[in-house]
Structure formats: structure tokens, C-alpha cells
Design a protein around this ligand. Structure first.
Ligand code: TXA
Ligand code: MG
Length: 337
């Protein structure tokens, strides 16, 4: 266990217990570098069904399968496109999920009726330690984010227990370093296409593939295939509105807003005259992502009438965060267009 960071609360015996439960078809809360997952044996349909029940997730939403870094991809897919090989070589273990053609009959319960499989090799040492032992290192762990369907993803073990209850064994691997969900790339089409933006930048993926970032970001036709692609997702219960810095300051001066309980999530410090509940996140995409979901959870529990989030810069490094916040605004009590 020497690979574990010193702040991790996981002992080797906890890893063994988690693996035993997973092999027995039980659920375990699993830390990854992006967000915490709710894990089950991907090839045990009864176990995967427990994930859907615990999350309240519709049956047609496929779940990601997490694999060890030495896992044999041929178990999951008959055909690894060259582009997938290139991306896996460059970014695994890490916050990248690859959609591949699924070997017929494998992990049907994870597929939501599709002939594809989403594979991810997480870099978190606790996740890798579990995957190294689970089914001798060749198993897959189905693990969507460990939140109730449509809600904010958990980035600490305490968030998972708050979402899903104390009965669940959660391995406490500390606060997630990335803080938002993995980048999902569909490698069943060529060139590949980004289905969900994440910390890995389109330009980084494009450089490995020798294509332009715009090509990877081209829109898809048809209905969304990714749960995170529904407009309402990642949402707090409190109405959430996106506002410019100027709007926030102008509107907080107005009397009708002074009477309301407003929480502000900003990238700059609170001015002395402002009395609203104020949370400040770093003004850089990596630091902002790391703190975002914990901040939204805290504001959501503060008994506020509204959460005003300072709109993000329109530049490429903020793409994934703009994506999450626009969905949070849409799915929150504020609704959306
Ligand atoms: O960072 C992450 O990806 C986290 C951690 C736990 O690994 N997991 C995560 O899982 O965000 P989830 O289920 O909340 O989101 C996974 C997304 C869903 O939107 C799902 O529809 C999509 O991946 N997905 C999974 N398998 C797929 C497939 N075969 N085809 C298309 N989309 C797929
Ligand atoms: Mg999720």
C-alpha cells in the first residue's frame, strides 16, 4: 500500500474487505481521481442492478466499467480502434473514459442496451489497489458517480455517505484531485468524438490523435446517449443562476434581494459592503474544478433562496466547467429554458 498518499484513510485490510464484498455482489463506494464511484462487479447483473436501484438511475443509461492498468482489453472488446490505443497509451491511468465496441455478451448489464462499453482506467491508488486484487486483476468494476441520479457528484467519502447512507462501505481515499467527471471519448466513430468534456483538454487529445480539437468537439446527431448529456444534471436543489460579476454586484444592492437569502459562488473576494453568503473558488480551471462540487453541496445545504454563480470565462480551458454549471442551472430549482 506504499502507493497510497498519507492523507488516505484506507488500510490494506479495508481493500481486502472491499474486494470480498465486490466479489460477493455487494456495492462499495470507491474513490477515483475524478469523483467517487458506486462500484459493483460489472459482470454480475444482480450486482449492477443494485447500482441502478441505489442511484434511482433509469435502466437505459449505461455505466462506465473501471479496469486495472494491466487489464486485458480483449476481454471487453474484440476490436480496439487505433485511436483508442493511442489515447489509452497517452492518458491511462487517468480521467479518460473510452467508448469502444463491446464484445458480444460481456457486461450486458452495464450497457444500457447498447453494443458499446465505456472503459476507464482510474489513476487513484485506492481504485488501482482494489482493481489489482478484484478477480485477480482481470475484473471490471461498474461505477457511476456515487450520487442519486441527476444530483451533484461526490468528491469526498462523507459526500457519498450523505447521498447513499451509512450502510454502504466507502473507502476513504481523501478529496478527489480532479473534482469533475472524466472526459468521455467515443472511439466507435473515426475520428473520435468527445461526448463529455473533462479535465483533459480537447487540444491534448487532438495532439495525440493528429486531428484538430474542433473535429473532436463536433456535435452528434440524434438523442443524447450519455446521462451527463441530458440538459438537467449535476444539480443542487436550490435554484441556481449564472450571473456576471457586474450583475451580482448590481443586484445585491437592490432592496428585494437584500431581503432574500442569496449565496454567491465567485472567483473573486467578497466586497466589504456585501452581506450575502459568499464562497470563493480559485480563478483557475483546475483549482475551480477541485472545489466546485463541495462548494455547491455546501451552498445547497445553507438554506438559501438562490445560488448565484459567477459566470465562467468563455475560453477553452473552462469548457468542462461551463458544461457542468449550465446543466446545474438547468436542473436546479431555477429550471431553465
Ligand atoms: O469520472 C467518471 O467518469 C466517474 C468516476 C466514478 O469514474 N464516473 C461517472 O459515471 O461519471 P456516470 O455513470 O455518472 O457517468 C458515466 C457516463 C454516463 O453519462 C453514461 O451514459 C456514459 O458515461 N456511458 C457509459 N457507458 C457508455 C457507453 N457504452 N456508451 C455511451 N455512453 C456511456
Ligand atoms: Mg454521474
Amino acid at each position: 500500500m506504499s502507493a497510497l498518499s498519507t492523507d488516505a484513510q484506507v488500510r490494506p485490510s479495508d481493500i481486502i474487505t472491499a474486494v470480498q464484498r465486490l466479489e460477493a455482489g455487494e456495492l462499495v463506494g470507491l474513490p477515483t481521481e475524478t469523483v467517487y464511484g458506486l462500484a459493483a462487479d460489472a459482470e454480475n447483473p444482480q450486482a449492477v442492478a443494485k447500482i441502478y436501484a441505489a442511484k434511482g438511475r433509469p435502466a437505459d443509461h449505461p455505466v462506465i466499467v473501471h479496469i486495472h492498468r494491466q487489464a486485458d482489453l480483449a476481454h471487453w472488446t474484440d476490436e480496439v480502434p487505433e485511436t483508442a490505443r493511442q489515447l489509452a497509451a497517452a492518458f491511462w491511468p487517468g480521467p479518460l473514459t473510452l467508448i469502444l465496441p463491446r464484445r458480444p455478451g460481456v457486461a450486458d448489464a452495464c450497457a444500457g442496451g447498447q453494443n458499446t462499453i465505456g472503459l476507464r482506467c482510474p489513476s487513484h491508488p485506492v481504485a488501482q489497489a482494489v482493481l489489482a486484487i478484484f478477480k485477480g486483476g482481470q475484473g471490471g468494476l461498474a461505477a457511476p458517480s456515487a450520487n442519486r441520479f441527476g444530483r451533484i457528484s461526490p468528491t469526498t467519502a462523507a459526500h457519498v455517505q450523505a447521498e447513499l447512507g451509512d450502510g454502504l462501505l466507502v473507502l476513504d481515499g481523501g478529496a478527489c484531485a480532479v473534482g469533475i467527471e472524466s472526459t468521455i471519448v467515443d472511439c466507435t466513430v473515426q475520428p473520435p468524438r468527445i461526448l463529455r468534456p473533462g479535465q483533459l483538454q480537447p487540444t491534448e487529445l487532438a495532439a495525440v490523435l493528429g486531428v484538430s480539437a474542433e473535429v473532436l468537439l463536433r456535435p452528434a446527431g440524434g438523442a443524447p446517449r450519455v446521462a451527463g448529456a441530458l440538459p438537467a444534471h449535476y444539480a443542487p436543489r436550490t435554484p441556481l443562476l449564472l450571473r456576471t460579476r457586474e450583475q451580482i454586484h448590481a443586484d445585491l444592492q437592490q432592496a428585494d434581494n437584500a431581503a432574500r437569502r442569496i449565496g454567491v459562488l465567485a472567483r473573486h473576494a467578497r466586497a466589504a459592503e456585501i452581506t450575502a453568503t459568499w464562497m470563493q473558488l480559485p480563478d483557475d480551471p483546475a483549482g475551480y474544478a477541485q472545489g466546485l462540487y463541495a462548494a455547491l453541496r455546501e451552498l445547497d445545504q445553507a438554506g438559501l433562496d438562490q445560488i448565484w454563480v459567477e459566470a465562467l470565462p468563455p475560453t477553452p480551458p473552462w469548457l468542462a466547467l461551463r458544461d457542468r454549471l449550465s446543466r446545474a442551472a438547468h436542473g436546479s430549482g431555477a429550471g431553465g429554458p
